[in-house]
Design a protein around this ligand. Structure first.
Ligand SMILES: NC(=O)c1ccc[n+]([C@@H]2O[C@H](COP(=O)([O-])OP(=O)(O)OC[C@H]3O[C@@H](n4cnc5c(N)ncnc54)[C@H](OP(=O)(O)O)[C@@H]3O)[C@@H](O)[C@H]2O)c1
Length: 179
């Protein structure tokens, strides 16, 4: 089971523009095209409840891809949950990944936001981090992970320039260090 964390950020490491909820008004068309093709290649996409709230109007449910939303109150969403398409959970990432493995899923994409990313990295459940950097500076905004201690090293696997203005896609393998 391979777990990839995929996010887009500004050059100063912001994954939201200030306190705006949506991201599609500042990400490049090339990043969106790459991200949509990435979604097609994975059979599970995991996100935080706030990311789900920000993106739900554009999410198209499909039997080929299970969306999982992390929330501490999954029961609140039982009326919109659809088995094997849209599920809500409060299980820790390790148990969740184990269960997905047993259910036959093999390619998992974690797509934020910063709280959920932090939780998966803290539990050492992310194998690779794929980051798109847009040549923008926001000064304020969310980060890749919540502001709390981590100690993780990465090894660059590849770099791709996605467009003329210099949007970069960086792929890293995660190496977990002991504190
Ligand atoms: N640039 C990018 O690539 C990118 C990607 C994704 C999201 N975003 C942006 O990031 C923002 C949201 O990020 P965020 O960090 O504020 O929120 P988030 O991580 O998307 O969601 C946070 C929520 O997830 C649930 N949660 C977190 N940790 C959990 C755990 N261990 N167990 C169970 N549930 C857990 C909680 O939901 P409950 O409150 O329901 O309990 C928490 O309030 C949005 O504006 C979105 O557009 C950007």
């Amino acid at each position: 089971m391979k777990v990839i964390l995929a996010m887009v950020m500004s050059l100063d490491g912001k994954t939201t523009k200030w306190d705006e909820a949506g991201i599609y008004n500042w990400t490049s068309p090339e990043d969106r095209e790459y991200f949509f093709s990435l979604r097609e290649k994975n059979d599970v996409i995991i996100m935080g409840r706030k990311t789900f709230d920000a993106a739900k109007s554009v999410i198209k449910l499909s039997p080929r891809c299970l969306r999982i939303v992390m929330t501490r109150t999954p029961q609140k969403y039982s009326n919109i949950a659809v088995k094997e398409m849209l599920e809500f959970t409060d299980e820790p990432s390790s148990r969740l990944i184990e269960k997905l493995n047993k259910r036959g899923y093999s390619k998992v994409l974690v797509v934020g936001g910063e709280q959920v990313n932090f939780h998966f990295l803290k539990e050492k459940r992310i194998d690779e981090i794929w980051i798109t950097i847009e040549p923008l500076l926001f000064g304020l905004g969310n980060s890749l992970v919540s502001p709390s201690r981590l100690n993780i090293t990465m090894e660059l696997k590849g770099v791709r320039k996605l467009n003329k203005k210099g949007t970069l896609l960086l792929k890293y393998r995660v190496i977990y260090n002991s504190f």
